[in-house]
Design a protein around this ligand. Structure first.
Ligand code: DC
Length: 225
């Protein structure tokens, strides 16, 4: 069986994380959460007092940083930031550094290196459009803003254990969607050859099954071809 590159894109709260992780587990592939890379770099820049709008300085942080993702843990330069990067402050900081072109160049290079051998499920905003335009399977997950906000508000890991109102979460999320989809470099966009899945009314298991079906179809078409 050839080792595929599977790209999963879409806005926050669409189900990318759970789907990508489960898919990787079922296929024995590596799961790479590229959003966590932007978050970790934002965390490190803030930690080191680097201005979050300084393209060169934040790109320097991204270049020098030792980033690692394994077993669901995220570390940067030896700091375990798994929980620290899932806060409303880092939501904003990550969206800010993700706008910087030099930072994107550095992280896109790292993402290509991580996926170079295949056998990877990579999730983000620009995986099927920029990082791996030739990915074997491209899936774009979406859901209504209300449903995405409801999922985020219910996610304790993301609200730091605090109760967050859905309306409040939805405001922040829509603001970030706008930043992510209107930025000049690699905005969130649907690749023409991606399979669009609206997950609003789908249980997560159904989304995972749909994704697995697409992977098996791809492998079957290669065996025939
Ligand atoms: O998926 P996430 O919410 O953890 O992503 C954090 C931020 O990084 C978000 O503002 C979108 C941005 N991002 C990006 O620009 N490109 C990616 N490939 C992944 C995330």
């Amino acid at each position: 069986m050839r080792n595929l590159v599977i790209a999963i894109d879409g806005p926050s709260g669409a189900g990318k994380g759970t789907v990508a992780r489960t898919l990787a587990e079922r296929l024995g592939y590596r799961h790479v959460d590229t959003g966590a890379m932007y978050r970790a770099v934002a965390w490190k820049a803030a930690h080191d007092g680097v201005p979050l709008d300084d393209n060169e300085a934040v790109a320097g942080v991204a270049t020098r940083a030792h980033l690692d993702q394994h077993g669901g843990r995220v570390t940067i330069d030896g700091h375990d930031v798994t929980r620290a990067i899932r806060t409303p402050e880092i939501d904003k900081a990550a969206a800010a550094v993700a706008k910087l072109p030099r930072v994107r160049t550095v992280l896109v290079d790292r993402q290509r290196a991580l996926g170079a051998g295949g056998a990877v499920v990579m999730e983000g905003r620009d995986i099927g459009t920029v990082v791996f335009p030739d990915a074997d399977v491209k899936i774009y997950l979406d859901a209504s803003a209300e449903e995405r906000a409801r999922r985020r508000a219910a996610d304790q890991a993301h609200t730091g254990g605090q109760q967050a109102s859905v309306a409040h979460v939805q405001n922040d999320l829509v603001a970030r969607d706008t930043t992510d989809s209107t930025r000049a470099v690699a905005p969130l966009a649907l690749a023409p050859d991606a399979v669009y899945v609206d997950t609003t009314a789908m249980p997560i298991e159904a989304v995972v099954n749909r994704a697995l079906m697409l992977v098996h179809e791809k492998l079957a078409s290669e065996r025939q071809g």
